[in-house]
Write a protein that binds this ligand. Structure first.
Ligand SMILES: Nc1nc2c(ncn2[C@@H]2O[C@H](COP(=O)(O)OP(=O)(O)OP(=O)(O)O)[C@@H](O)[C@H]2O)c(=O)[nH]1
Ligand SMILES: [Mg+2]
Ligand SMILES: [Zn+2]
Length: 296
């Protein structure tokens, strides 16, 4: 029997099959495998001695380490207009990973009821970059219909969409509004600091509109080091708005990190307001990280 892994806790998985949800473990050989079983995996179940086990994992279209999920089609990168203040470098890192894995990325700015002006600033920044942007308030319902329409389109052909972003931006609250049958735990920001942990602690897929929607645990600054990376040579393509300046720098080996506007077409675009400065900053930070990794 075949199915999709929708949940996994302490080695016990839930697989959605044509006969409903089946709780099972992974076959011993799979557990030892470096690749393990990820939420979103398409798997083959076997029943060697009465109990179902995950016997085989299909080749993946893609996989992410943060959030840990396989076969992702769309990633909604969530930031809050009000608390917690966005770390744009983290957001840009997430966007770069999505580009690199050919996952369709969109930005969701939540809590527009908290700070309208900040919401508009972030929305404008990422619209300029070229990403679809949705500004929403789960409190007032503002912008929910537009986001719902976009999500519905992503799911229609069996796609998997995940919501990711810092802890407390309101991912679970938003999914409770977007998905009629779902009731996720949400948490006050002040309480979560006391508890020292995030409210959502596992990735889970919810079947919806022909596809799947994933809630994911929030990022914290500590997760920076745990992001999965690609190679330095792939970095330029992970910033889609840099594309129009390809090959236009004075020197072919331009790194677009420290060269001035006279030599570097990217630096020139930043100076002229065509590329947001924060995006260039994120590029430089990622460049430094990837360079160190390559030098190792
Ligand atoms: N004012 C306002 N508050 C919101 C909105 N969305 C969420 N919140 C509040 O933000 C807090 C955090 O919401 P969650 O949905 O738990 O955040 P999360 O992103 O799922 O957090 P993690 O599960 O830890 O990653 C809760 O107190 C929510 O009530 C919104 O649109 N406006
Ligand atoms: Mg949550
Ligand atoms: Zn350059």
């Amino acid at each position: 029997m075949r199915g999709v892994v929708v949940k996994g806790l302490g080695g016990l998985f839930e697989v959605l099959t044509e006969n409903g949800r089946i709780a099972c473990r992974a076959r011993g050989t799979l557990k030892r495998d470096e690749e393990k079983v990820l939420i979103g995996d398409r798997v083959e179940l076997d029943r060697p001695d009465g109990e179902y086990v995950i016997a085989k994992v299909d080749p993946r279209k893609n996989s992410l380490i943060r959030p840990p999920i396989a076969n992702l089609d769309a990633l909604y990168c969530v930031i809050a207009a009000a608390r917690p203040a966005p770390a744009l470098e983290t957001l840009d890192k997430l966007l770069a990973i999505a580009e690199n894995k050919s996952v369709r990325a969109a930005i969701v700015v939540t809590k527009t009821d908290g700070d309208k002006e900040a919401a508009e600033t972030y929305a404008a920044l990422y619209r300029q970059v070229g990403y679809p942007v949705f500004s929403v308030s789960s409190l007032s319902g503002e912008g929910i219909d537009e986001l719902k329409a976009d999500l519905t389109a992503q799911l229609a052909s069996g796609g998997t969409a995940a919501f990711a972003g810092a802890s407390g931006v309101g991912k679970s609250t938003l999914l409770n509004r977007l998905l009629p049958g779902v009731s996720l735990e949400t948490g006050e920001i002040s309480r979560r600091v006391e508890r020292g942990r995030h409210t959502t602690r596992h990735v889970e897929l919810f079947p919806e509109g022909g596809g799947f929607v994933a809630d994911t645990p929030g990022f914290s600054m500590l997760d920076f080091a745990r992001f999965d990376f690609f190679s330095l040579s792939e970095l330029f393509d992970a910033f889609p708005e840099f594309g129009s300046y390809r090959g236009k720098c004075r020197y072919a080996d331009c790194t677009h990190t420290g060269e001035g506007p006279d030599e570097c077409a990217v630096a020139r675009a930043v100076r002229d307001g065509l590329i947001p400065e924060s995006r260039h900053d994120s590029y430089r930070a990622l460049f430094a990280t990837l360079k160190n990794k390559t030098d190792w």
